[in-house]
Design a protein around this ligand. Structure first.
Ligand SMILES: Nc1ncnc2c1ncn2[C@@H]1O[C@H](COP(=O)(O)OP(=O)(O)OP(=O)(O)O)[C@@H](O)[C@H]1O
Length: 249
């Protein structure tokens, strides 16, 4: 089963030594099971804050934020952050298997799952490598495989490809789309990149800063799997121009 998300008038104020910081004004957002939603916006508009509240890493200050199925602990969530954050003393396959080890899955089973995931992200020849032996893009693939290890119903990704070069990033977008299509998980991904948003999203939620808020939602009509050729279509360019003008205002 995948997860639906319902945010109603959800806001966040951080209490700091210099006083309260209004990170996110009350916002409404409904996400369907299996939907791929991208949060797009400038720095400081509250994207990470909203993502972390959905993942229960932060409390919200007001409003209601429900995941369905609702029972606490029932939702399995995978996180991918901008940095891969791998354990340097573990091999690639041990890193991928870590969530299953924490769940006390028997070693033979979890390593088999980990090796399968490694090949799904194109790292079948690097299962015994150390993280330091991998490029940034490969490390990020390990962190995606690790996030998928637990077969999550919900995948939360915060600028997962922000540190990668443009070519690698494009390739990773296609890989992520393929993995998501196979998993059926609900995905919320944060990005600054208009192209990445259109390549990946079913729906793009545009946010703006000061105060952080949701300003619009755009459905992306392209069929899947999407290839880079859609970038040259008038439809793509029209959506990109519209998003760009929203971000500029
Ligand atoms: N732990 C925190 N304590 C205090 N203020 C915070 C904290 N985390 C974020 N903020 C503030 O909340 C606002 C929104 O931050 P957030 O990281 O959610 O934005 P963002 O859109 O994800 O930005 P970026 O794209 O730069 O990562 C910013 O003004 C930030 O300074």
């Amino acid at each position: 089963m995948t997860v639906a998300i319902s945010c109603q008038q959800v806001s966040k104020t951080y209490e700091t030594r210099n006083g309260p910081v209004n990170a996110l004004s009350p916002c409404d957002l409904e996400i369907s099971p299996g939907e791929f939603v991208v949060l797009l916006g400038p720095s400081g508009c509250g994207k990470t804050t909203l993502l972390r509240m959905i993942g229960r890493l932060h409390d919200h200050t007001s409003g209601s934020l429900d995941l369905t199925p609702v029972e606490a602990g029932e939702t399995t969530t995978g996180f991918v952050f901008q940095q891969a954050n791998l354990m340097p003393w573990m091999t690639v396959e041990e890193n991928v298997a870590l969530p299953l080890r924490l769940k006390k899955q028997p070693k033979a089973t979890r390593m088999e799952t980990a090796r399968d995931l490694c090949s799904r992200v194109g790292l079948e020849n690097f299962t015994k490598s150390w993280p330091r032996e991998l490029s940034g893009g490969m490390q990020q693939r390990v962190s995606i495989a690790r996030a998928l290890a637990d077969d999550p119903q919900l995948l939360l990704m915060d600028e997962p490809f922000g540190a990668l070069d443009a070519l690698t990033r494009t390739r990773m977008n296609s890989e992520l789309e393929r993995l998501w299509m196979a998993s059926g998980a609900t995905v919320v991904l944060v990005t600054h990149s208009i192209t990445e948003a259109i390549m990946l999203a079913d729906r793009i939620v545009v946010m703006s800063a000061r105060p952080g808020r949701i300003v619009s939602e755009t459905r992306v009509p392209f069929p899947r799997p999407r290839g880079t050729q859609i970038e040259n279509t008038p439809e793509f360019q029209a959506i990109a121009a519209d998003l760009r003008s929203q971000l500029e205002h």
